[in-house]
Design a protein around this ligand. Structure first.
Ligand SMILES: C[S@@+](CC[C@H](N)C(=O)[O-])C[C@H]1O[C@@H](n2cnc3c(N)ncnc32)[C@H](O)[C@@H]1O
Length: 407
């Protein structure tokens, strides 16, 4: 009876890789000896041994006198060192090796804001030492572990990444889209939700659902409209809305795109006075504009006032987004980092004042307001975005970490 390959720690090779190995062994014989325990069990080389047996050719082997735990560790280590593993399979083998070695993997070092995914990040010294031993940069190891976490419930996507069909970033994007589509299929949020002290979220087009906001009643409009070409006309409507609802001399702070920036600025100026342009430096990978061969690392932030600007505070005009730009699987596609929004809100309003965001997306401005004691009124035309906003605001109310690291 055939012995069970107890040390076959990795998934079997796929059909193409197996066919390539078979062709190589048929042409050159088994070049790398199979490793066996003293009682003949294979530690490394299951595929080689099986192909040699099939082809009826000699299969050289080495015997190691080790216990089962050391044999498992050896199998994992050899696979991690030699086999061309995709990043997700590598992360799985790395975790198992860490387990076998007794290297503790810290839990919850990073809050994924998901109920079904527990992030594991090794204590840096342990992770670094183990990754370095395997010839892998610790940052790469950490990135692969995070990617594996995010793709945990999506084996098909993980397999596509490992086969090199899509990169990790694309896979994460597909997971976010899938999660968002699921959210869309759920029951729509109520037209209005109020939370805590002076926080309200509405569902619908801002031109309709914010039409009842009294003129001259708002202390600041802080927002991040769509930047794409189709969204450009919204900047005229935003300008008219802000001019109507803002108290005299108060500010609209608006994240802009770069491709259509001249037209966005011109439209904002239709009903408002230009004050300044600030910036937010973006973390993570560059935004590539291939046609222009430009890699973008910052976002313009336009500042306009309702009538003549009446300065109340010094304004610092540029901030860096914190974090590394990574998004969790449940984040909004356009989710921004909360930190810079906190700084804008703090700089243009006083505690207790009212901030409006007509394009709230995942509610980043609302979270900034909640954490700085401002009142907030936000809306979004997309019900799934509104339900995400309400969820994040409720989490923020409970004191959970809702910091986004998006761009
Ligand atoms: C760039 S995203 C905002 C992202 C947000 N700052 C965040 O951190 O999640 C722009 C949002 O504007 C919403 N939107 C587009 N047109 C709108 C309209 N006419 N009224 C209200 N919301 C609109 C989109 O659904 C989208 O969620």
């Amino acid at each position: 009876m055939k012995r069970r390959p107890v040390f076959q720690v990795m998934a079997p090779l796929d059909r193409d890789a197996l066919a390539a190995l078979r062709a190589d062994i048929a042409a050159h014989g088994v070049q790398v000896p199979v490793v066996r325990t003293a009682d003949g069990r294979i530690v490394d080389g299951h595929h080689r041994a099986r192909i040699a047996e099939d082809l009826g050719i000699d299969c050289p082997s080495l015997t190691v006198d080790v216990d089962d735990q050391a044999a498992t560790e050896m199998a994992l280590r050899l696979n991690l060192l030699r086999r061309h593993l995709g990043p997700v399979a590598w992360a799985a083998a790395f975790r198992r090796l860490a387990e076998v070695r007794g290297v503790k993997l810290g839990q919850g070092a990073r809050n994924d804001r998901t109920s079904d995914s527990v992030s594991e990040v090794a204590r840096p010294a342990d992770l670094s030492a183990l990754a370095t031993e395997l010839g892998v940069n610790p940052r790469t190891a950490r990135r692969r572990l995070r990617l594996a976490d995010k793709l945990a419930g999506h084996p098909d996507l993980a397999a596509r990444v490992d086969r090199g069909e899509i990169d990790g970033r694309k896979a994460e994007e597909l997971v976010r889209r899938e999660n968002f589509a699921r959210r869309r299929a759920e029951a729509p949020p109520p037209p209005r939700t109020t939370l805590g002290d002076g926080i309200e979220v509405r569902c619908g087009d801002f031109r309709d659902v914010l039409a009842d906001v009294p003129g001259g009643s708002v202390d600041a409009v802080v927002c991040d409209p769509p930047y794409d070409n189709a969204g450009v006309p919204l900047y005229s409507d935003l300008s008219a809305f802000a001019a109507r609802v803002l108290k005299p001399g108060r500010l609209l702070v608006v994240y802009c795109g770069k491709v259509d920036l001249p037209e966005q600025l011109a439209r904002l100026g239709e009903h408002l006075e230009y004050v300044w342009t600030g910036a937010v430096f973006l973390p993570g990978r560059h935004n590539e504009h291939r046609g222009r061969m430009i890699r973008g690392r910052w976002r313009p932030v336009a500042i306009f006032s309702a009538g003549l600007y009446r300065p109340r505070h010094w304004i610092i005009d540029a901030f860096a987004s914190e974090g590394n730009g990574a998004k969790s699987p449940t984040d909004h596609h356009w989710q921004q980092s909360v930190g810079p929004f906190i700084r804008w809100v703090e700089q243009v309003t006083e505690p207790g004042e009212l901030v409006v965001d007509p394009f709230c997306g995942s509610g980043t401005t609302g979270i900034a307001c909640m954490s700085t004691g401002r009142r907030f009124l936000g809306c979004d035309i997309d019900p799934a975005s509104v339900s995400l906003t309400v969820e994040r605001l409720r989490a923020a109310e409970r004191g959970d970490d809702v910091e986004g690291e998006g761009a």
